[in-house]
Write a protein that binds this ligand. Structure first.
Ligand SMILES: NC(=O)c1ccc[n+]([C@@H]2O[C@H](COP(=O)([O-])OP(=O)(O)OC[C@H]3O[C@@H](n4cnc5c(N)ncnc54)[C@H](OP(=O)(O)O)[C@@H]3O)[C@@H](O)[C@H]2O)c1
Length: 205
């Protein structure tokens, strides 16, 4: 797949590397593609709009407050899958939305499928989906077309990816991220992830 990763911070870079490693064509969207800040980027890069143009999948890896400006600037068209890897940290989601996922869904045009994914663990673990060699649980929520893509990409990277619901489950995924962040801040450091124990049946509900 042609995947546009919007943002070249720690999340954007980790995911771009992981998607490329698992066989996808990646283009990173940055506001200043020729700037010195991104000179060390090994991935193809372009402006966010040019990166999103023709991409089957667009991954959002920018600070939550930037979404309000960044999403309309992408020129998204129906049929695109958007994966939202962002979290509102230290402030509520912009625009009075209950979740950042809801904000994203409100900003994309009709026919764009949205899923929340890749926001629930520190960026350094996004490259492999594992901690100490064990697959980390990757909860995914949103529109069917988008959760299917997130599931496939997540599993290929190495995660134990699961769909936990539709758009109504954005909050669940963001709370999962909030738990990771809270424990990290309570002194756990960043070298941990959540995994499933036991033998749940993993079929369709
Ligand atoms: N860090 C983590 O461990 C982690 C883990 C999971 C999820 N997240 C979430 O993932 C998102 C990205 O986190 P990060 O740590 O990678 O952030 P970061 O290091 O601050 O990088 C953010 C990137 O977003 C770009 N950006 C900012 N405003 C933009 C705009 N209006 N249009 C296009 N690009 C814009 C920045 O570009 P410039 O260089 O041009 O400023 C930068 O490349 C956040 O929402 C965060 O909550 C973070």
């Amino acid at each position: 797949m042609r995947i546009a990763v919007i943002g070249a911070g720690s999340v954007g870079r980790a995911l771009a590397g992981a998607f490329e490693r698992t066989g996808h064509q990646v283009i990173v969207g940055v506001r200043d593609p020729d700037g010195a800040k991104h000179a060390d980027l090994t991935h193809e890069r372009a402006t966010p709009r040019a990166a999103a143009d023709g991409a089957a999948v667009v991954v959002l890896a920018v600070p939550a407050p930037a979404l309000v400006e960044a999403i309309p600037a992408l020129g998204l068209v129906g049929g695109t899958v958007v994966l939202d890897a962002t979290n509102a940290v230290g402030a509520p989601p912009p625009g009075g939305h209950a979740t950042v996922g809801d904000l994203v869904a409100s900003l994309v045009p009709e026919g764009v499928a949205v899923a929340k994914a890749f926001d629930t663990i520190g960026a350094e673990h996004l490259a492999t989906g594992t901690v100490d060699g064990a697959p980390v649980l990757l909860p995914v929520a949103g529109d069917e077309a988008a959760t299917a893509v997130a599931l496939e990409l997540g599993a290929a990277i190495g995660f134990d990816a699961v769909v936990v619901g539709g758009r109504e489950a954005f909050a669940m995924v963001e709370q999962h991220a909030a738990l990771w962040i809270a424990l990290m801040r309570r002194g756990w450091g960043r070298d941990f992830g959540f995994a499933v124990i036991g033998s749940p049946r993993r079929g369709e509900p």
